[in-house]
Design a protein around this ligand. Structure first.
Ligand code: TYD
Length: 203
């Protein structure tokens, strides 16, 4: 059985990544692929409980990083690895890059501590393709406020926080050009669909 493909979706809150994630899942299913649509933090029963805590409870920044990676450990072991081994496509709304961007860039946690956790939890598992949806913070904030009446603990952060998260994502895109594609998220959803269709055809 050939191994499946693993695609992750990233970007600052409000960039429009979740809409495109849903589109990609439909697109791949229309092509006859077996797709596991999942998300982080979350994706397992325990992971979803950790998600609820992470999005609501104030906590030390290292606790936040450790809980993100605890949820990820469970997700990799119970969902992602088994699906890839069955030859299925895993389409994940956020993965490890979000920890580098939010806990590293946004909160200022040591990049090297995150690398230690990533080595521990992922081994050599990496997405085959990561799509980073990039938009200026002001645009993302506008979209977020239009779409969300009850912002979670991350969505309540100030623009400066999201500027740091965005800068970290841009750095990740630059340093991992074989795996990561940066998508201009200021385009219309239709135009973004076309870009994604072209990218996915090469995977
Ligand atoms: P998000 O995909 O934005 O959920 P929703 O679209 O339902 O609001 O993810 C929730 C938040 O979790 C998001 O603000 C980013 C944050 N996050 C981290 O800080 N680190 C991580 O490793 C992950 C996976 C997410």
């Amino acid at each position: 059985m050939p191994r499946g493909r693993f695609i992750s979706f990233e970007g600052i809150d409000g960039a429009g990544k979740s809409t495109q994630h849903a589109w990609m899942v439909d697109h791949l299913r229309r092509q006859g692929r077996v797709v596991v649509a999942t998300r982080e933090p979350g994706g397992t029963p325990l992971g979803e409980k950790l998600r609820a805590l992470l999005l609501a409870e104030p906590m030390h920044l290292e606790t936040e990083a450790l809980l993100m990676f605890a949820a990820r450990r469970e997700h990799v072991a119970l969902v992602i690895e088994p699906a890839l081994a069955r030859g299925e496509w895993v389409v994940c709304d956020r993965f490890v890059d979000a920890s580098f961007a939010y806990q590293g860039g946004g909160r200022g946690l040591d990049w090297s501590k995150l690398e230690t956790l990533a080595n521990w939890v992922l081994g050599d598992l990496q997405p085959d393709l990561t799509l980073i949806f990039d938009a200026p913070v002001a645009i993302a904030q506008q979209r977020l406020h239009a779409a969300t009446s009850q912002p979670d603990r991350f969505e309540q952060e100030q623009s400066e926080f999201f500027e740091r998260v965005r800068a970290a994502y841009l750095r990740i895109a630059q340093e991992n050009s074989a795996r990561v594609r940066l998508i201009d998220a200021t385009q219309s959803p239709n135009d973004i669909n076309k870009v994604l269709e072209t990218i996915i055809a090469t995977l």
